[in-house]
Ligand binder design. Structure first.
Ligand SMILES: Cc1cc2nc3c(=O)[nH]c(=O)nc-3n(C[C@H](O)[C@H](O)[C@H](O)COP(=O)(O)OP(=O)(O)OC[C@H]3O[C@@H](n4cnc5c(N)ncnc54)[C@H](O)[C@@H]3O)c2cc1C
Length: 387
């Protein structure tokens, strides 16, 4: 089987691994000119954790896992107003969770691939044509590849989706927030932050700050915005949006690069993920948004599901079964993403107070079990679900 995957992100690399393991011929094309290390920290549990376990890469991921001891909600002056220690969080998920930088997860998946996997950086898809028994994919470097299946694993702004299913606006649903993230070095601030994941929030805005393994600091910012397009100058937008969150966040802003990762917080909702021999995977098909906290995990769960189906039967039947297995999970995470948004970055001060206090419940007797039930539901896994 010849499979062309567009996008060497979390979904694309996971799919490549599973298909190569079964002997498929796999080419991955990636728009970026080389591996990318940027991105934010993810709490990695549920489907993604289960898939990683089956790939035998949990130890490698453990080695690159972030060493965070506490999630701390702080006010503008850095005073603690609530939080949760990571040991409680881990206990809620029976230890089956890792805190990972997105770039470290991607790098670990890439190194798990065998030498026979072709990854062409700096290349994308420019046209797609159905031909009898296959699909012809024209690449941006002028090459034309015939494949049995084309998989669009090219993220929320997927080009495969645009070429085959239509313009992005038909499928992208903004949740009313924008997000930015970047890494920077500041030894003095790093000392102050320690091993905490610090969150400073006021209505409609939340700035997160945490250490990475390399000693750098990471900023993770979310603010309410009705703007439907990305700003022309992301740095200027970041500086304007997060001003007034106190001296610590002012210092974080001073490190903002010209081109931080910046995007609208949005979901992709589509009536169907496949057309003929073309299918979508991960964020391209069903982005759940950072509010659901399950994007990478769902990308890996989807890749595993698609691979197992493709290796079993004819392409169109396989694509149909992949979607039938995966869609209920995607819809469920999207629903929880919409429901939790107002609690993750509240528009009202009272909600911030209530949320911060609720986190303290985890430290009370029985609290871990109660909160753990909610988390486990959020992390319900396509891998362990019955077919
Ligand atoms: C560099 C980076 C940083 C991110 N940081 C954040 C963050 O801070 N917060 C957040 O909520 N989400 C972030 N995300 C999105 C998050 O990683 C995804 O929600 C999640 O991992 C789902 O995985 P995915 O493989 O479906 O998509 P992604 O991880 O987005 O991977 C898609 C891949 O496709 C590539 N690609 C895109 N367009 C094309 C194209 N036209 N042709 C070929 N390749 C293409 C991308 O470069 C990327 O490698 C980031 C994604 C990237 C790529």
């Amino acid at each position: 089987m010849r499979v062309l995957i567009c996008g060497a992100g979390i979904a694309g690399l996971t799919l490549a691994w599973w298909l190569r393991r079964a002997g498929a011929e796999v080419t991955v094309v990636e728009k970026a000119t080389g591996p990318r290390s940027d991105g934010y920290m993810i709490d990695f549990f549920g489907s993604g954790y289960d898939v990683a376990e089956r790939m035998g890469i949990l130890d490698a991921l453990g080695e690159v896992a972030a060493d965070i001891t506490e999630l701390t909600y702080a006010d503008r002056h850095g005073r603690r107003s609530g939080g949760l220690c990571y040991a409680s969080f881990t206990a809620m998920l029976d230890g089956r969770v890792l805190s990972l930088m997105r770039g470290d997860l991607e790098a670990t998946l890439r190194s798990a691939l065998d030498d026979g996997t072709e990854i062409r950086y700096g290349t994308s898809v420019s046209a797609v044509r159905d031909v009898p028994g296959g699909v012809d994919v024209e690449l941006t470097d002028g090459d034309v590849r015939r494949a049995d299946v084309l998989v669009g694993a090219d993220g929320i702004h997927s080009v495969v989706r645009r070429l085959v299913f239509g313009p992005e606006e038909g499928f992208l649903h903004p949740l009313g927030y924008h997000t930015a993230s970047y890494l920077f070095d500041d030894a003095e601030l790093a000392e102050e932050v320690g091993r905490r994941f610090l969150l400073v929030g006021v209505p409609g805005r939340q700035a997160g700050l945490y250490p990475t393994r390399s000693g750098a600091l990471a900023a993770s910012l979310v603010h309410a915005s009705a703007a439907t397009g990305p700003p022309a100058r992301p740095r200027a937008e970041v500086l304007a949006a997060y001003r007034g969150l106190g001296p610590m966040i002012d210092r974080v802003l001073a490190h903002c690069p010209e081109d931080p990762y910046y995007d609208r917080v949005a979901q992709i909702r589509m009536p169907g993920w496949s057309k003929g021999r073309v299918t979508l995977l991960g964020d391209a098909a069903h982005a759940v948004s950072l509010m659901a906290g399950q994007g990478s995990s769902m990308a890996m769960g989807g890749a595993y599901t698609l691979a197992t189906e493709l290796l079993g039967a004819g392409v169109e039947a396989a694509l149909d079964r992949y979607e039938r297995r995966m869609r209920p999970f995607a819809l469920d995470k999207q629903r929880s993403g919409r429901n939790t948004a107002e609690w993750m970055v509240p528009h009202r001060a009272w909600r911030i107070t209530v949320r911060n206090r609720l986190f303290g419940l985890a430290e009370l007797p029985g609290g871990t079990a109660v909160m753990g039930r909610g988390l486990k539901r959020l992390g319900s896994s396509v891998v362990t679900a019955a077919k």
